[in-house]
Design a protein around this ligand. Structure first.
Ligand SMILES: [Fe+2]
Length: 325
């Protein structure tokens, strides 16, 4: 199985490996099916640009670290409901959010790492909520590296799920952090630490952020984790950067936008190359990433011509020199 851009879809060689959902999160096309050209057009109109497919080239790549799709869709739905309630100036259904968060935490802690489903895999209406769930997955993955307790993870996740909720009551980007803080704070069952994720996630380590131009240790760790995850998710889902490039962009902002401890934990947690990525190796061979085993940045790859697997965590002289599309 692998991710492809919708333009690459070929109904003669590819089947869906995961279902496609409509905006009411009903299954539009089930896994195992091929996509009829008429449906493909409809999916494009819904602005779904990434598909998860099975084909001969990606055969045997199981992507066990891919987040469970029903769990992911349920969490997206809860984030959407919370945003709708905030828009109507109502209190949030904190219990329902906690249930979704507990499931997401379980997804992360039972795996060595996590592969995101890009928010470009869902319809336009659901993208902001898929973004929030993905930021949560990235934040939780980072939190394992930082040794967070379950209760810290739950507070962090509540904050990241709701970090952009202020956007429901203002169109002014510089105002939404504080608006979000106020919305979350009204819900007594939610920790103030979670509310601060919304408040501080646009602050920058060097003091150039907003709304309060906080710097250094004035910015709490939770919002800093959210800030790093937010940038990464945006770069990946918009297609602006491939995972290894997104990590490099984050490293470049180390000590400027973000604090070093958080950047280091993030880099140690998030893989550079996702299974299914077609690559060229430094020995000129074409290959495909099959899985991640020993080293998060040095995956196991399968050479195209020979079908032989190379574990890059052992073959240290073989480098990934190019991504093929
Ligand atoms: Fe934001």
């Amino acid at each position: 199985m692998r991710f492809i851009q919708i333009e690459e879809y070929d109904h003669t060689t590819m089947q869906l490996a995961r279902p496609i959902y409509d905006r009411q999160k009903r299954i539009l096309l089930a896994a195992g099916r091929t996509i009829h050209p008429i449906y493909l057009e409809r999916i494009k109109q819904m602005n779904i640009s990434t598909l998860i497919v099975e084909d001969a080239e990606s055969h045997g790549i199981s992507m066990d670290e891919l987040v469970d799709m029903p769990t992911w869709m349920d969490a997206i739905d809860e984030v959407k409901k919370a945003h709708d309630l905030a828009k109507q100036n109502k209190l949030l259904n904190v219990f329902a959010l906690q249930v979704a968060i507990n499931k997401i935490i379980f997804e992360v802690i039972r795996r060595k790492t996590i592969y995101l489903i890009p928010s470009s895999s869902v319809t336009e209406e659901l993208k902001p909520y898929a973004h929030a769930v993905n930021v949560t997955l990235l934040a939780l993955q980072t939190s394992k590296q930082l040794g967070y307790t379950n209760s810290q993870q739950r507070d962090l996740a509540m904050g990241t799920m709701l970090h952009d909720i202020g956007k429901m009551v203002t169109d002014d980007t510089t105002l939404h952090p504080e608006k979000g803080f106020e919305i979350i704070r009204k819900n007594r069952e939610i920790s103030l630490l979670s509310a601060h994720v919304a408040y501080q996630h646009h602050e920058r380590f060097d003091g150039t952020g907003y709304p309060r131009k906080l710097s250094g240790s004035e910015i709490l760790d939770f919002p800093q984790i959210c800030a790093v995850a937010n940038l990464y998710e945006h770069l990946i889902s918009s297609g602006e950067a491939l995972p290894h490039v997104a990590l490099e962009i984050i490293m470049a902002k180390n000590g400027i936008d973000f604090n070093e401890k958080i950047v280091q934990a993030f880099i140690d947690s998030i893989p550079s190359y996702i299974p299914g990525t077609r690559i060229r190796l430094s020995n000129r061979q074409e290959a495909i990433v099959t899985r991640i085993q020993n080293n998060i940045h040095r995956p196991i790859v399968r050479v195209k011509n020979t079908g032989m697997e190379i574990d890059l965590s052992e073959e240290l002289s073989v480098l990934i020199s190019e991504i093929l599309n």
